[in-house]
Design a protein around this ligand. Sequence first.
Ligand code: KG4
Ligand code: ZN
Length: 340
Amino acid sequence: MKTLAIETSCDETAVAILNRDNEVIASEIATQIDLHRVYGGVVPEVASRNHLIKMRPVLLKALDTASCGLADIDVFAATAGPGLAGALLIGNTTAKALALAEGKPFIGVNHLEGHLLSPFMESAEGIQPAVALVVSGGHTMLIHLRSFGHYKLCGKTRDDAAGEAFDKVAKMIGLPYPGGPEIDKLASGGDRRCYDFPRSMLHSAEHDFSFSGLKTAVLYTLDKVDQSIEDVRPDLCASFQEAVIDVLASKSIRLTKQLNESRLAVSGGVSCNRRLREVFTERCAAEGLELLIAPPALSTDNAAMIAYVASQKYMLGESTPFEDDVHPNLPLMGVANKGR
Ligand code: KG4
Ligand code: ZN
């Protein structure tokens, strides 16, 4: 059984192939970051046009890496949402056309479910009950995961997503898009106690987050400092990053303990952050919790996580009608998960 999935929800054109044991036998990604960097963010039409250009070479490279042909694929999948409508349409149309030509089923996958389950892809036990933190450019969510398809949203951001806060602060201090990896790099040479930035909602009984106040605090600090921006950047990055991570770790661990779960699964682009991995590893060990965190290649946008969800759905006999539309604002428990 082989699953081929296409991910085009934003600015990465990605194709992956999984074998019967859900082993990733190909995961190709063509990033468009350089194209969008000049605009300081993703331009939807530029993204769609580039997916069209990159789709064929990325698909052929994935088939070549996996040493298989289209006829060897049992199910074709694509991200159905959330994401940029035009970008999603390119991946969906390609996967549906391939499925039609090969006489195989098509499965539409929720991008958020891909991130959510990515920490389990390399786990021998597969998907297990856990509290899951999804921290990406568009989402910050705390979810109680009971089993495949059974998710309860316990908390989310009330304003900016964690990745969005990283990107906006990076822009403020003159770093290129996407800012998360740039802040990560600079922070390693900075003092994380230099600026005492606010930890919004840290002690609130709710499980929601808020990062817009922190962003404003960085802006006010910038107005006050006398040194050059180059001189203060490392300390600003380290202190800002520490504030975000402190809130994410404290609230995730608190919910895991409240729900009597023993596992915490962390996913999404922000989970690539080196300091985040360090803090979560230390705090989970101190609390006796198992930490599941996908390797960086599976944490940022990729098609392997989409193929993983599609393969779980295929095993349950699910498929998606070819007439199904794309869903730019798809929530985690939206149409791609109805009935489960
Ligand atoms: O999951 P992802 O690749 O795409 C979305 O679905 O949004 O996440 C992208 C986000 C961006 O905001 C990016 O700045 C952030 O993840 N990111 C990081 C790091 N690598 C990526 N944030 C902090 N530290 C990193 N090392
Ligand atoms: Zn994503």
